[in-house]
Write a protein that binds this ligand. Structure first.
Ligand code: FE2
Length: 290
């Protein structure tokens, strides 16, 4: 599956770029399917009308519910001061998640199969568990920056095993917000953990539901710009990287969108933290790439 050179690169740099992993026809079909999901999406009448405080609670609840659903999330800049959509609906979506790979027949097929299973094996994933799928839009002009982070913060396992599969569905360029990584940064510690407090300190349910927060684990600074390497890639390319690799993407101020699809998988042999926000119920058990 991987050449000796690719395996060495994976171990040295902490990421791999695999051009042409998905054929053009499948990539075009994925873009079509993404647009169809948005077209069918009916924003709730009260979308965007909450106070900042309420909005964060509503956003937490929407995120938690999306563990076993296909939910559209808006760009922060998509609303005017009255809480009305300020851009057309199809330009307002930040991402769709997080169970496309389970619930959407197209993305189920896209996310499973012998090629991905073999790649996961070659990258060292044992008994892979694919927790999450996301369509990330990076809309023209308003696509927001995603600052330096490590995906391990969101999928804590002991030991750390989460691996990201990042598929370019459109060309990702310096102008429209391609990924930037710190080669070798997978040797740095996990800096933050995204914690879900399911219950209060007294063991009782929290009023308003579970709360999400970012907790500092290690004060190691994020890399400087001199250590950041851009990964401009053509549509169909798959970028894979481990959960400790620092990465970010710049805002999209260009007129072209930058659609990507991601999967996050951990080893079933590692302990998956109970404080991870994404948990599965017995109704939708987590499964691998087969
Ligand atoms: Fe990430």
């Amino acid at each position: 599956m991987l050449s000796a050179e690719q395996t060495a690169q994976w171990q040295r740099d902490g990421y791999l770029v695999l051009p042409g992993f998905k054929p053009a026809a499948e990539v075009a079909a994925a873009c079509d399917r993404a647009r169809a999901i948005v077209a069918a999406f009916e924003p709730a009448a009260d979308t965007g009308t909450f106070s900042t405080r309420d909005r964060s609670r509503v956003a937490d609840a929407a995120l938690l519910a999306s563990a076993e659903a296909v939910h559209c999330f808006f760009e922060e800049e998509a609303f005017d001061t009255q809480g009305r959509l300020a851009v057309p609906k199809e330009r307002s979506i930040n991402k769709i998640g997080h169970a496309l790979h389970e619930l959407d027949p197209f993305f189920d097929r896209f996310s499973h199969g012998p090629e991905l299973a073999a790649l996961a094996r070659a990258l060292g994933l044992r008994q892979p568990q694919v927790w999450q799928s996301q369509l990330i839009f990076k809309q023209p002009h308003i696509g927001g920056e995603v600052g330096w982070h490590q995906d391990g913060s969101f999928f804590l396992t002991t030991p750390q095993t989460v691996t990201t599969f990042w598929f370019a569905l459109e060309d990702a360029t310096l102008d429209n917000g391609c990924l930037w990584v710190q080669p070798g940064g997978q040797a740095s510690p996990l800096r933050e953990q995204y914690v879900c407090d399911w219950l209060g300190a007294d063991g009782q349910p929290l009023p308003g539901g579970p709360r999400l927060r970012m907790q500092l684990l290690d004060a190691t600074p994020w890399p400087g710009s001199a250590q950041a390497v851009p990964l401009p890639v053509a549509a169909g390319t798959l970028v894979v990287f481990g959960g400790l690799l620092p990465h970010y993407s710049a805002p999209n101020r260009s007129p072209r969108s930058r659609l990507a699809y991601t999967l996050h998988a951990t080893c079933g042999t590692a302990a998956y933290a109970a404080q991870n926000w994404l948990q599965r119920s017995p109704a939708l058990p987590v499964r691998g790439f087969d």
